[in-house]
Design a binder for this molecule. Structure first.
Ligand code: DGL
Length: 267
C-alpha cells in the first residue's frame, strides 16, 4: 500500500524547521506541510491549556489538508501529548520519545537536558528516561528565554552566547556532562554556539531521531509515498522574513510555498 498524502509538521515557530530539514533530506518523496505559530511563540512559558488550544488549531488546519501524520516538531507540545491528542485517526508523533531512545540505545549513564520551562517542569524527559533505565542520571535545565530570542531572528552572537554559557555553567556545576539533549527544536539552530562553548560535549539534536522514528513507523504501516517529486509548504501566523533567514542558516532548499496567514491571529 502507498499513501501519497502529506506529512504535517508543527511547532510554535521556526524551531520545527530543524525537523523539516531532516524530512527533506531523508524522506525526499514526502510532501511536507509546515505550520509555525510564530504569533504566539514562545509556548514554553504558557499553560498547558493554552498550549493545547493553540496546538489544536494547527492540527485542525492540517487535518483540513488531509495529512496522513503529524510530526510534533516541538518538545513543549510533545510534553502534553499523553494527556491530549490521543483520539485521532492519524499518528501524532512526539519528538521526545525518539530523543530518549537515543540515550537508551547509546547506554548513556548521565545526560543533560536543556529545554523550555514548560518541558522541564512537566518532567517528561526524566520520566521517560527513567522508565527505560532507572539508573540513568538526568540533569535538567530550563531556559525561559532562548527559544523566544531565536524565534525573533533578531539577536547578536553575544546575546546567544551569554545565555548558553549561563545554562552550560548551571548544568555542569556538579560535574562535566559528555552528552546534552537539545530538548527544544529551536536550539539546534544555534548548535554551533553550543559546540563552541561546550567543546567536549556531544549535543544531541532529536530532529534526526524523530524523522528516523517516523520513517520506520511509516514502513511498518505501509504509509510511505511513491511520489517522484514532492512539495514543501510553510504556513505561519507570523512574519515570513524570519523563515527566509532560518532556511538559509539551516541550508534548507527554498520551499514551494511560504505564506503568512491573514489576519495573523492563529490557524
Ligand atoms: N520549539 C519548541 C520546543 O521544542 C518550543 C519553543 C517555545 O515556543 O517555547 O519546545
Amino acid at each position: 500500500m502507498v499513501d501519497n498524502r502529506g506529512i504535517g509538521v508543527i511547532d510554535s515557530g521556526v524551531g520545527g524547521l530543524t525537523v523539516a530539514k531532516e524530512f527533506r533530506e531523508w524522506l525526499p518523496n514526502e510532501n511536507i506541510i509546515y505550520c509555525g505559530d510564530n504569533a504566539n511563540v514562545p509556548y514554553g512559558n504558557r499553560t498547558k491549556e493554552d498550549i493545547y488550544s493553540l496546538t489544536k488549531d494547527m492540527v485542525d488546519f492540517l487535518l483540513d489538508r488531509d495529512v496522513k501524520l503529524v510530526a510534533v516538531a516541538c518538545n513543549t507540545i510533545s510534553s502534553i501529548l499523553d494527556e491530549y491528542f490521543q483520539d485521532y485517526d492519524i499518528p501524532i508523533v512526539s519528538i521526545i520519545e525518539p530523543a530518549t531512545e537515543y540515550a537508551i540505545r547509546n547506554n548513556l549513564r548521565k545526560v543533560g537536558v536543556i529545554a523550555t520551562k514548560f518541558t522541564i517542569e512537566s518532567g517528561v524527559y526524566e520520566r521517560l528516561l527513567r522508565e527505560k533505565d532507572r539508573d540513568i542520571e538526568v540533569i535538567s535545565e530550563s531556559s525561559p528565554t532562548l527559544a523566544g530570542i531565536i524565534d525573533s531572528g533578531d539577536y547578536t552572537d553575544k546575546e546567544i552566547e551569554d545565555i548558553i554559557r549561563l545554562h552550560m555553567e548551571n548544568m555542569m556545576s556538579n560535574g562535566v556532562l559528555d552528552n546534552i539533549i537539545l530538548g527544544c527544536t529551536h536550539y539546534p539552530i544555534v548548535i554551533d554556539k553550543f559546540k563552541e562553548i561546550g567543546k567536549d560535549t556531544n549535543f544531541i539534536n532529536p530532529a534526526y531521531e524523530q524523522v528516523m522514528y517516523i520513517k520506520k513507523l511509516m514502513e511498518e504501516k505501509d504509509m510511505e509515498s511513491n511520489l517522484e517529486s514532492s512539495s514543501f509548504e510553510i504556513y505561519t501566523t507570523g512574519n515570513v522574513d524570519v523563515y527566509e533567514k532560518m532556511l538559509k542558516i539551516l541550508s534548507i532548499d527554498a520551499p514551494d510555498r511560504i505564506e503568512m496567514l491573514q489576519p495573523a491571529k492563529g490557524f
